[in-house]
Design a protein around this ligand. Structure first.
Ligand code: FAD
Length: 390
């Protein structure tokens, strides 16, 4: 049964984390290359790191529908910091829900308490959108342990996270029936990371290659067995897409608040800028996009884990990042030259919004997912009666 009090408390905690932890520090994060571990640990103390996990490990046991609005609040502050906590929550959920008891008992509490962080490792240099083409190879040893060889790309929280859910292939052929997901601790022998990528946004979030050189882990580290690794990854990605869409709503809403405040206070031609109808219409469109994005992600959050979840998440992820990018550009325009000054939430949102169109499946891949479901639906439609074709 839904517990309104816990849901309200968690949303209040997320708002507090945004206003009291992210806002005062975010400009500093932009100028350094260190992940704000203290902030993530503070998020854990506020209950934000075990959102979907059971109470026995210290989690909040919230449904996706109740939990995912947290990322709208965090996304108001810094979209990629919100993304990192969202990824951690998904990893923690996967371990609590699918990890073996022995493994869970070691990691669940550490992850929920923020003592450890988790990363999700799917992408390879040769395969981003084509996610089923996994070349990283795991061999099952006689004692049930796994030995992994290969390299991964675009690993967020590289070297910062303590445990990584690595998607591997267990056969020579790249085929979805042999894909598995195995948890690899950072300190396992043979694990190393490349230099963090230099990027346009969020220098504090390390993203790098990960190398696995004959890394052996016990059989109890298996999260999804061969044949279930791809579907498990796609389920994680559906949750991630919904969280990113929620984060985009935060980004739109912080851009809009700033533009509204500026236009309310900026005098021109004898009145406030916000009195100009042209400006009002620009901001009205941003507000409509915010409403639409919010409805889409909340709808997706409700259906995650059901047959409708994947397409619902794709609709949200197709729409919300585009809306966030338009909102950041429009709100920047409302501020005139002031919108270009750094540091400011507007210019940060302007740089972060395009990243939301790429991570966890690009906008184009969402169209592929949606179009596939349209094709299936089209196959069920009766032929058009002949006279209507003429
Ligand atoms: C900030 C950031 C953090 C990330 N963190 C992680 C992480 O922690 N773990 C992880 O595993 N991965 C991570 N990724 C990787 C991310 O999921 C991939 O970047 C994404 O899946 C796209 O893959 P790609 O970059 O290789 O693009 P590509 O697959 O090379 O695509 C290039 C272009 O082709 C388009 N395209 C591809 N296929 C089609 C098609 N069928 N039809 C039309 N257009 C198409 C794409 O939309 C894109 O515009 C991260 C990425 C970013 C940007």
């Amino acid at each position: 049964m839904k517990n309104e009090n816990i849901t309200n408390d968690i949303l209040a905690a997320a708002r507090h984390h945004y206003s009291e932890i992210i806002c005062p520090q975010v400009d500093k994060w932009e100028t350094c290359s260190e992940y704000p571990l203290a902030a993530a640990r503070e998020a854990a103390r506020s209950g934000l790191l075990g959102l979907y996990c059971p109470g026995e490990y210290g989690g909040q046991a919230l449904s996706f529908e109740d939990a995912i609005p947290v990322f709208e609040e965090l996304g108001k502050g810094e979209g990629l910091y919100a993304f990192s906590l969202s990824m951690h929550n998904i990893v923690t959920f996967a371990i609590c829900s699918y990890g073996e008891k022995e493994f869970r008992s070691v990691w669940a509490e550490k992850l929920i308490s923020g003592e450890s962080l988790g990363g999700f490792v799917l992408t390879e240099a040769q395969s981003g959108s084509d996610a089923a083409k996994v070349h990283t190879r795991a061999v099952i040893n006689d004692d049930g342990s796994y030995t992994i060889n290969g390299s991964k790309a675009w690993v967020s929280l590289a070297g910062i996270a303590d445990i990584y859910l690595v998607v591997v292939n267990t056969s020579e052929q790249a085929g979805k029936d042999d894909i598995a997901m195995i948890a690899v601790p950072k300190d396992a022998e043979g694990v190393s990371f490349g230099e963090p990528y230099e990027k346009l946004v969020s220098p504090f979030l390390p993203i790098a290659d990960m190398f696995l050189d004959s890394v052996t882990v016990p059989g109890s580290n298996l999260i999804f067995p061969p044949g279930k690794g791809l579907s498990g990854s796609l389920m994680a990605i559906d949750i991630a897409r919904t969280c990113i869409s929620a984060g985009c709503c935060g980004l739109i809403s912080s851009s809009l608040d700033l533009a509204l405040t500026y236009a309310r206070d900026r005098q021109m031609f004898g009145k406030a800028e916000l009195e100009l109808q042209g400006i009002q219409w620009m901001l009205a469109d941003v507000a409509t996009d915010l409403e639409a994005s919010r409805l889409l992600y909340k709808h997706a959050a409700k259906y995650l884990g059901t047959p409708e979840g994947t397409v619902a998440a794709a609709h949200a992820k197709r729409f919300a990042p585009d809306a966030a990018q338009n909102a950041a550009a429009t709100c920047m325009q409302v501020l005139g030259g002031a919108g270009l000054l750094v540091p400011s939430a507007i210019e940060r949102n302007y740089r972060i919004a395009p990243v939301m169109k790429m991570v966890d499946g690009t906008t184009e891949i969402q169209r592929v997912v949606i179009a596939r479901s349209l094709q299936q639906y089209a196959a069920t439609l009766p032929p058009i009666p002949e006279q209507e074709c003429q």
